[in-house]
Design a protein around this ligand. Sequence first.
Ligand code: ZN
Length: 414
Amino acid sequence: MTRVLTGATLVDGTGAAPVADAAVVIDGDRITAAGARGALSWQQDAEVIDVRGRTLIPGLIDAHDHLASHGYGIATRFGLDEPASTAHLRTARVLAETLAMGYTSVRDGGGLDAGFKVAIEQGLIQGPRLVCGIQIVSPTGGIGDRVSPSGHTCCAVYDPLLPNSVANGPDAVRGVVRTMVRAGADVIKTATTGGASSRPGHGPLDAAFSPEEMQALVGESHALGRRVMCHALGGPGLDVALKAGVDSIEHGCYLDVNPEHLKRMADEGIFFVPTLLVYGYHRESQSPHVRVRAQDFQKHHIASIQRALELGVPIAAGTDAGGHGHPKNAGELQCLVDAGMTPMQALRAATQWAAQCLALEREVGTVEQGRLADLVVVNGNPLEDFGVLLDPARIELVLKGGAICTDRRAQVTR
Ligand SMILES: [Zn+2]
C-alpha cells in the first residue's frame, strides 16, 4: 500500500534546510521518495494524509535509556517493592508511551530483558525498535555489581534473561560477554568508572576493569558483531575504555580534562553520548554524595560537549531515563542546545547521529528514500521550541515502519 504525507514542513534529519510544503511517499514499510511536494508524484490510489501546517521529522532515537528502570530506590532496583508481573506491565506501558512521544528507536543500556523486544516484534505490545544491552558488565565493585548500602548483594530470584554480569579477569569477562549475547544483547554495555548515583567509594573518577579485561571485553564483543557502549565519566577508567577501542562513551562528564581523549574520539569516530537530563535530576538528589558529584562535573560536562563539537566528535542524544522518569526523553534536546548545540545539531543528535551510533543509519534516522518510514508529525516547530516534543497533544502522528502507531489528529482542533 502506498501512503503519502503531504503539506508539512520537512526537517529530514540530514541537516538540510527545512522544506516547506513537502511530501513523503511510503510504500509498505519504507520511504520511496521525500522532498518538495511539487517535485514528487505518486499513484492515484495512494492514501494521502494531509498534514499541512505541521512539521515532519524522523522518528526520534534515544541512544541511552533504561526502559525497565522505574526509580533509584534500592527496593525498586532490587525488584522487591512489587510483583515482577506488575513491574513488567509498568515497563510495557513505558514502552508504549515512549513510542507515542515520537521515539521510534531506543537503545537500552541495561535492565530490559530481550523478551520485551520479542513482544514488540510480535505485536503483543507497542514500543520502539530496541537495541538491547541486557545487563551492565563490570568487575566486582563496579556499577554492574548490585550491592546495597548495607553491603548485601541482591536477594531477588535469579532471572536467566538478566544473567549475572560481574566478571573479573579477561577469561571471565569474555564468558560474560558471550552470556549477554546468548541472552539477546544487541550491544554490550559496560562501565569502567563509577557515576553520580553509584555507591559511595566508587565515584565518577574511580576506575573499574584493567586494560587487559577491557581489551578482552571489546575484542570478544566485536568478534560477536556487537558494539560496546561504555559508561565512563572520567579519570583512568575513561582512559582504559578509549584505549581498548569502545564504540561510544556514555556520560563522558570529564572528557574535557585530558585533551587526548576527545582528540582520539574524533580521530577514531567514537561516539559521545552525554546524557545531560539525568544530571539535572541528580543535582537535586536526596543523597549528598550523588548531589555533590553531579554538581561538581556540570561545568566539565558542558565544556566537554563544546570541545567535542569543535573537534567533530560524533554526538548522540541519550537520556539515561529510568530512575528519573519516563518518557520525557525529548527534554535532552533542549539540554544539548543549552550546552552549545544549534537546534538542528540537537535534532540530528537524536535522529541521524543517534542512528549512526546504533549502527542503524541505513535503516532509520533520516527521512530519505530507502529508509524505514519512522516519522513524527508535530504541531509546532521543534527547531524553534523543543518544548513541543514534550507535549503529547502536539505529537499528532507517529509512524513506525510505515504503520501508524499514534494518531491524535482527531483530538485536536484543526
Ligand atoms: Zn545508563
